[in-house]
Design a protein around this ligand. Structure first.
Ligand SMILES: [Zn+2]
Length: 376
């Protein structure tokens, strides 16, 4: 009795209810909740209702429904299974569990499309970008982060549009672009496609690119971050349509910027925009995970980097790795993975004051401060 593939008499939401977890962002296909493992309250814990799996994008803890309960209470899977059934079904005969669980209303899950190839995604996304603009406010924000106008243009940032979603989808279809299976797109009504932009989630589209520069996904840098009661912010969300009919999840790929065959070191950081800025300011090659819980997303690009002859990969996560247990764990996992791939590695550190944590925490901020000092 170990995992979700078993036909269980309970699902991941039953466990979330037992654990009394607060749901931060509901959805039809997946739900974002508070994490019982790292205590995150920004909704980094993803509950996949279809596969009955959980995964925290912050601490990286993951598994099936039984393990969800077991890990939260320090129980083995068989102990966890017994306890869950006791809570849900009391002393009912185990033979009746199934029938009792079927009486519950099952969620009405949308049918998703299969993820389109990276070539199709890139073509559709590039075409989409050619139809969108970047507002002056967003240009100013990016200039303030240290990018030049040329770099902003080259990297392909755009503001999310406020209206005309069906029309954009229609034009892309007419131009021969693939829509089905491209994250962000979905079928609104039979034969009418649309894009999953929402006014509450407006912001800057940030491309996540492969080593060869193809756009495989976008994150949206939110104009108004989601804030939890502890004041912690969620600044980025994926551009996805997983909760919609014929939509699809973007997954959490890594982002590459720079020379795909760099003889010098490639630096690993967190967040595509940070990587873009750090690369622009230093002239070096960067690869970014979307979050410290997404270290595994590096496996695929690491394979390619290895084939390309890259030999050095340096850990360059934010400096809170020196004080925050989750980030520090991620840094260790990352360093181990880099070594397993046979790359030479090093941990990059710079001057940072934990009493002034927002100053120079990321490599991009540090490089920008350095550049400003040089100009003085
Ligand atoms: Zn967590």
């Amino acid at each position: 009795m170990s995992d979700y593939q078993y036909d269980l008499p309970f699902d991941i939401m039953d466990i979330a209810n037992i654990l009394n977890l607060r749901i931060r962002r509901p959805g039809r296909k997946s739900v974002y909740a508070d994490c019982p493992f790292c205590g995150d309250t920004r909704g980094k814990l993803n509950l996949n209702l279809e596969r009955n799996q959980f995964r925290c994008n912050y601490c990286g803890e993951s598994g099936g429904a039984i393990a969800f309960y077991g890990k939260a209470h320090g129980l083995s899977n068989s102990e966890a299974y017994r306890e869950i059934c006791e809570i849900l079904y009391g002393d009912a005969n185990p033979k009746d569990y199934k029938a009792m669980s079927r009486k519950k209303e099952k969620p009405d899950l949308p049918t998703n499309s299969e993820l389109a190839s990276v070539y199709d995604r890139n073509q559709t996304y590039e075409m989409l970008l050619s139809m969108l603009t970047l507002t002056n406010k967003h240009v100013e924000d990016l200039l303030a982060r240290g990018l030049t106008l040329e770099q902003i243009e080259k990297n392909g940032y755009r503001s999310t549009p406020a209206f005309g979603f069906d029309r954009l989808a229609k034009i892309l279809l007419e131009k021969g672009c693939t829509i089905a299976g491209v994250p962000g797109f979905f079928e609104k009504t039979e034969g009418v496609w649309s894009i999953n932009f929402k006014s509450c989630c407006s912001g800057i589209l940030i491309p996540y690119r492969t080593l060869s520069g193809m756009i495989q996904a976008f994150q949206i840098r939110l104009d108004k971050p989601f804030v939890d009661e502890k004041g912690r912010k969620t600044k980025y969300i994926w551009f996805s349509s997983v909760d919609e009919e014929k939509g699809v999840s973007s997954k959490s790929p890594a982002h590459f910027v720079g020379n795909p065959c760099d003889e010098n070191a490639v630096f690993v950081t967190e967040g595509a925009l940070k990587a873009d800025i750090a690369s622009a300011l230093s002239g070096r090659t960067f690869i970014a995970v979307a979050g410290t819980g997404c270290i595994d997303s590096l496996k695929e690009p690491f394979e390619v980097m290895k084939r390309n002859g890259i030999t050095k990969v340096y850990e360059c996560l934010d400096m809170d790795k020196t004080v925050n247990e989750n980030v520090s764990k991620a840094a260790i996992k990352l360093t181990n993975m880099i070594s397993e791939f046979g790359f030479e590695t090093k941990t990059t550190k710079w001057k940072w004051d934990k009493n002034n944590p927002d100053h120079n925490k990321g490599i991009d901020d540090m490089l920008l401060s350095k550049k400003k000092e040089e100009l003085l």
